[in-house]
Design a binder for this molecule. Structure first.
Ligand SMILES: *Cc1c(COP(=O)(O)O)cnc(C)c1O
Length: 366
């Protein structure tokens, strides 16, 4: 007997586990495990979603044109080179399958987003990690890890789960140092939260004549539409053509397209979300530091907190202490960050509850 066998690499994948969302026996749960928007979706996005219900027997617009054109207008892009996906995860996976396969290497940073090695293995390619420098991607280490087999470099900028970023000059130096045939994918899932003058999501690099840089964006974070699965990529012309050949014709559902467009156009709600994060991110970082705990200098909508490597005081114990108060954070040991816990910026009362819980946890350790 011989059973069907998946291609090499597939069974090496450690399936992605999303943030937990329920606590048995707890009433109200504060879910801060998946970096979803603290204020939920725009009310206009919810109304647009509801308005579609009467016509969900119709296939969606497979060209995604109104959304692509709105995005293009806002950022001054070429709408024909925007490709929408069912979350940016879909686009990251398609790019990997298109440009890497058996014998090829897919390079990323040590604490980079876990979808990159998963996508590499699912394409039969070999994921390769470059060491970081102080929990921040290192351009020198990435460039030193390039081999003749390297086909794709993934850089989440800023990165999840570290929250750290590379300035635009460093990203440009990475691009200059890579061979022209290597595709650089800049995953800018948290770009909307970043308030630093030296940061760029990298859309300008896509315009280079060497046609070898892609930027991906998502509606899952600041737009609060993670449940709908919507993302987009800005691509050089040849790459857009590849993605449009590979993607399923109706890869984005009609409610996602409608709600996404409404969310994108609700700039007042966007500004509210940004102002919320601009206030609470530094507040959380300061409060946690005041407890004597180390944090990374996150520019995203989450904080990464280090706990002592001591039984009862470590990240697992902190996670349990938070859970006892109904707060779900995110263990990140699978990212090589066993001493750390990631906590999403929540609503005002949720952030205060986090600090109360951590204060009590630290005090118990006395
Ligand atoms: C959340 C996240 C994404 C977005 O994934 P979607 O599929 O668009 O929901 C992409 N990259 C990083 C680094 C993320 O944290």
């Amino acid at each position: 007997m011989s059973a069907p066998t998946p291609r090499p690499g597939i069974m090496d994948i450690k399936a992605y586990v999303g943030g937990e969302s329920a606590l048995p026996g707890q009433g109200r749960v504060i879910k801060l495990s998946s970096n979803e928007g603290a204020l939920g979706p725009s009310p206009k996005a919810m109304a647009a979603y509801r308005a579609v219900t009467e016509t969900i027997h119709r296939y969606p617009d497979g060209g995604h044109r109104p959304l692509r054109e709105a995005i293009a207008r806002r950022y001054g892009l070429d709408a024909t080179r925007i490709v929408c996906g069912a979350g940016s995860d879909e686009l990251l996976t398609l790019l990997t399958r298109a440009y890497a396969g058996p014998g090829d290497e897919v390079l990323y940073s040590r604490h980079g987003f876990l979808i990159y090695p998963i996508a590499a293995k699912s394409a039969g390619a070999t994921p390769v990690m470059a060491a970081e420098d102080g929990l921040t991607a290192s351009v020198d280490n990435l460039l030193a890890a390039v081999t003749p087999a390297t086909k794709i470099v993934f850089l989440a900028n800023p990165n999840n789960p570290t929250g750290t970023y590379l300035p635009a000059t460093e990203v440009a130096r990475l691009r200059r140092g890579l061979p022209d045939h290597v595709l650089l994918v800049l995953d800018a899932a948290y770009a909307e939260f970043v308030g630093r003058n030296d940061y760029s999501a990298g859309l300008e690099l896509v315009e280079s004549p060497s046609a070898n840089t892609v930027v991906t964006r998502t509606f899952s974070k600041i737009y609060g539409l993670g449940g709908l699965r919507l993302g987009w990529a800005y691509c050089p012309e040849p790459v857009a053509q590849v993605l449009n050949r590979m993607r399923n014709p109706f890869n984005v559902a009609a409610p996602a397209l409608a709600a996404g467009l409404a969310a994108f156009e609700d700039t007042a709600f966007f500004d509210l979300c940004r102002a919320h994060n601009d206030y609470w991110l530094p507040w959380l970082l300061e409060q946690i530091k005041a407890l004597g705990l180390e944090v990374t200098p996150s520019v995203c909508n989450f904080v990464l907190v280090r706990f002592p490597d001591a039984p009862g005081r470590d990240a697992a114990a902190a996670d349990e202490a938070l859970k006892a108060r109904g707060i779900i954070a995110r263990m990140v040991a699978s990212y090589g960050l066993g001493e750390w816990l990631r906590i999403t910026v929540g609503a005002a009362d949720e952030n205060k509850a986090v600090i109360e819980a951590l204060t009590a946890f630290v005090a118990e350790g006395g």
